[in-house]
Write a protein that binds this ligand. Sequence first.
Ligand SMILES: O=C(O)CCC(=O)C(=O)O
Length: 309
Amino acid sequence: MPDHLPHPVTIQGLTIPEDRIGTLVPFEGDRSDSAQLADGLAEDGYLFLRDCLDPALVLAAREEVFRQLAGVGEIADPPAEGVATGKSRRLDPAEDEGLFWQRVSEGPILRRLTHGLEMQSVLDTVLSEPARAFDLIYLRPTPVGRATALHYDYPFFAGSAQPMINAWIPIGDIPVEDGPLAIVEHSNRFSDLIDQFLAVDYTADRSNDVVQAAAYGGASDVNPVQLVVDRDTRFLTANFRSGDLLLVNMFTLHGSLDNVSPRSRVRLSCDVRFQPAAQPADDSRYFGEYPSGSKGGGYADMRGAQPLA
Ligand SMILES: O=C(O)CCC(=O)C(=O)O
């Protein structure tokens, strides 16, 4: 069935012209064929795998996360609906050193989803060698009014291992009105932007300022709608369903659409990075019991750690 997009769709408050937004094309090849998967990822910069993960596990992870947010008054009953109350009793993450957010991000059911056998098997196949997930994940409950600006991932994760893959997992259905991820079609071929961030020596300086400037830099010179118009391209997104998985490479410009849910539904997703297991997993920003994250403050510093109200 074709995926119908609503209109208008906005990004950072700007209406995307109807001819500048389209749907991600689901991968229709053989999911057990590493070469086909790798070719698809290299060609398009993404692989959209519909119905790839166990929806019951996805929904159990959703319940686990939202239950904890309901426990601090942010999500109404029943928690799995993910409706924001507009209130919060959550401590400022700096006050508890990110412990609440780390506990939510490392919940046992969520870990089974992000680091379990299904994900492992998909990523092993895509990389055609054993994959290893980063310990640090980016869990993103995104209420109406919050969004992610367009950026490339490479500067954040440039380190000792390559290639790296970003696995974006919708944790529950995410219709377009709830502000899912959107990629910029063909942005994996914008060599002017890519060359800029490849020219930076991240081993010499991985400070947050350097990384942020490289990741968001070139793409933020114009507003996102102007960017797709100027480059004669489109945003690609989908009405995501529980069980879908979107893999994005490090060279694809992406961000989120606006969450305009009339029910104040919080968009829940997480993004997890994978690399070949045989390569060093020694970047303390992303590995270890208390990963420091790219900003340096660990789970306390993550956007998802911010109270929803
Ligand atoms: O989910 C989002 O809002 C942004 C996700 C993202 O930037 C990523 O997966 O790298």
